[in-house]
Design a protein around this ligand. Structure first.
Ligand code: NAD
Length: 415
């Protein structure tokens, strides 16, 4: 098995558009490095009285277009290169969606599934203490990501506000709605992804009514993706999975009952009326649309030949490795790339920032209308360039995004 490195893959995607954009090797080298990164050791008192030192990172990849923005992950397998890769993806995603923001990402190596709520709160606060002078509402604005949620964002906003002695909603997004959060942020990534699938399905001639869909991951993005797909687009979600494994039902899953089951048992597995499958089996199902919505590097050179879906929509960041991307492309399976498809989260985070700056609160309809316009505009731009130049949508997306960042760097006089 090949060791996968998300950051190396993202750099390859960047190179794919260098010739079209006439990017010199020197400029390419500049853009292959994060501008700043902070490594911290975070001491936390555990419930048994012991002290544990957790390793944490915050990477600000490129801020040519504006303050940097990107989520915070709590995960046992976190590495600095994954965080660098995710920070780079955020840079290109914000640029592609025409947001006045750069890209960043943060992470702490920890296993929140084995920590109490009190330990998670103390870790969240201690992480913010460690990075408080590195972030800020005009500088770098975190958000939720894998295994962090709106409660974690509330503790982090509170801790930052205590340090700087003023309530600072704008330092973090994805907060609870009652604490400066935006309507529609919780399901924004999934809802935005479906706007892109809807447009792509029209162009590809895939009817969504009754389309067979599998979703890998049943967390924030995956669970909302499954439910929005089934309830608003009438697709048939035949399989979903989580870190332990998946479930399959050919006639479609009862997703509301499955949510209750996951709440009670901690997993989607052993759900009545469905059969258990592995995550590998889910990726190889004979379906119309495959939505990877869990982690990076799940579709690889080893398993991509087994993928039978007619369309892959990357709701997760980096789910398809660089090598697998080329193989799927050669097999004619279109991929809606992460920087396009999962931009709904950062778009509504940006709308949350705008509301916080103006001490305003918009209703859900207003947020959704703005989200839909941004997602459809970005899809149309990517699709037009991809069809015009006969290149994959990922390459077209990178060409637009990297071009915007390079223009900003040139106007600033950096290069
Ligand atoms: P989450 O923590 O809410 O959910 C993650 C899900 O993935 C869980 O169901 C977990 O069980 C599952 N999972 C973990 N390891 C797995 C494995 N090895 N195989 C199968 N499933 C596994 O996280 P999330 O916020 O839903 O993020 C999911 C993906 O979407 C990540 O790639 C994240 O970077 C990306 N993303 C999230 C947002 C957001 O707004 N939350 C925005 C853009 C992109």
């Amino acid at each position: 098995m090949v060791e996968q490195n998300l950051f190396e893959d993202v750099k390859r995607h960047l190179c794919s558009c260098s010739a079209d954009l006439q990017i010199t090797p020197n400029l390419e080298a500049v853009m292959k490095m994060p501008m700043r990164e902070l490594h911290v050791s975070i001491p936390v008192r555990m419930d048994d009285g012991s002290i544990r030192a957790f390793s944490g990172f915050r990477v600000q990849y490129n801020d040519a277009l504006g303050p940097t923005k990107g989520g915070i992950r709590f995960h046992p397998d976190e590495t600095i290169d994954t965080i660098r890769g995710l920070a780079a993806i955020m840079t290109w995603k914000c640029a592609l969606h025409n947001l006045p923001l750069g890209g960043a990402k943060g992470g702490v190596i920890c296993n929140p599934k084995k920590m109490s709520p009190g330990e998670i709160e103390r870790l969240s606060r201690a992480y913010i203490q460690a990075i408080s002078h590195f972030i800020g509402p005009d500088r770098d604005i975190p958000a939720p990501d894998v295994y962090t949620d709106s409660s974690v964002m509330a503790w982090m906003m509170d801790e930052y506000s205590k340090i700087f002695r003023k309530t600072t909603f704008g330092v973090i997004t994805g907060k609870p709605v009652s604490l400066g959060g935006s309507e529609g942020r919780e399901d924004a990534t999934a809802r935005g992804g479906w706007f892109v699938i809807r447009e792509a399905a029209k162009d590809l001639g895939i009817p969504l009514d009754g389309a067979r869909v599998a979703v890998q991951g049943f967390g924030n993005v995956g669970a909302h993706a499954a439910i929005i797909g089934q309830e608003q687009y009438s697709v048939r979600v035949v399989a979903v999975s989580d870190s332990r494994g998946g479930v399959f039902a050919g006639e479609g899953l009862d997703l509301r009952a499955l949510l209750d089951h996951k709440e009670k048992t901690g997993s989607v597995m052993d759900f009545s009326g469905a059969r258990n499958i592995t995550n590998e089996e889910l990726l190889a199902l004979d379906i119309d649309i495959l939505i990877p919505a869990a982690l990076e590097n799940v579709i690889t050179i080893d398993n991509s030949s087994r993928v039978k879906a007619r369309l892959i929509a990357e709701f997760a960041n980096g789910p398809v490795t660089g090598d697998a991307d080329a193989l799927l492309q050669a097999r004619g399976i279109p991929i809606l790339p992460d920087i396009l498809c999962n931009g709904g989260g950062v778009i509504v985070s940006y709308l949350e920032m705008v509301q916080n700056f103006n001490l305003d609160h918009w209703d859900g309809e207003e947020v959704q209308a703005r989200l839909e316009k941004k997602m459809v505009d970005a899809y149309r731009a990517v699709h037009a360039l991809a069809s015009g130049n006969n290149v994959p949508m990922r390459q077209a997306g990178y060409t637009i995004a990297v071009g915007r960042v390079v223009t900003a760097m040139k106007y600033r006089g950096w290069v």
